[in-house]
Ligand binder design. Structure first.
Ligand code: GRF
Length: 198
């Protein structure tokens, strides 16, 4: 059974999709660790309810204690690596890793991003897509899962889902469509990764 570590920063609805898929058997893998960089992330509660080991590793106290972003990234990597994951999933992880993290993780690291490749890298992607639609620049947006490389939201794309933006869409209605598509795409991409022939 492949071992998955999931990194989050917020509500964890994508983590919940993975928890549901692994417990129903739809996704033949085991979530062995959840890491959050925010103590108040509801995703930590989701992990607790599912009996999954969870770590809260906030950056600010690390820096206050004299650490650096690089040493923080290295520490997060060490704690993730200790769980011996075959795959590391950034699902709403809102901290840009320096190479100090990637250099220490042997497993593939993938990221979920609420936009299509090369469209809206970085934060507030959904709002930016809505704005671009209002200006007639795009008719659709989407979501993608990609391999993590040092450049933000730019690694090899593993899967995408396109989402039409309706004229009456607002941030709430578009976000709802985006998140529903994310929950499906993330499970589908990971299923391929954990069951692909060696
Ligand atoms: C998702 O839209 C993800 O793509 C983005 O942050 C959101 C996290 O949502 N990076 P959740 O915490 O999984 O509900």
């Amino acid at each position: 059974m492949k071992r998955i570590a999931v990194l989050i920063s917020g509500g964890g609805s994508n983590l919940q999709a993975l928890i549901d898929a692994t417990s129903s058997g739809a996704l033949p893998a085991k979530i062995v660790l959840v890491v959050s960089n925010r103590a108040d992330a509801f995703g930590i509660e989701r992990a607790r309810r599912a009996g999954i080991a969870a770590l809260t590793l906030p950056l600010k106290p690390w820096l206050k204690a004299g650490g650096t972003r690089e040493s923080y990234d290295a520490d997060v990597a060490a704690q993730v690596a200790a769980a011996r994951p075959d795959l590391v999933v950034l699902a709403g992880w809102m901290h840009v890793f320096s190479p100090a993290f990637l250099d220490r993780i042997a497993a593939k690291v993938i990221n979920l991003h609420p936009a299509l490749p090369r469209q809206f890298p970085g934060t507030h992607a959904i709002e930016r897509a809505l704005e671009a639609h209002k200006h007639g620049e795009i008719a659709e947006t989407g979501v993608m899962v990609h391999e993590v490389i040092p450049e933000v939201d730019a690694g090899p794309v593993l899967g995408t889902a396109r989402i039409a933006i309706a004229p009456g869409d607002n941030l709430a209605s578009l976000s709802e469509k985006i998140h529903a598509a994310e929950h499906r795409l993330l499970v589908d991409v990971i299923r391929e990764l954990v069951t692909e022939p060696h």
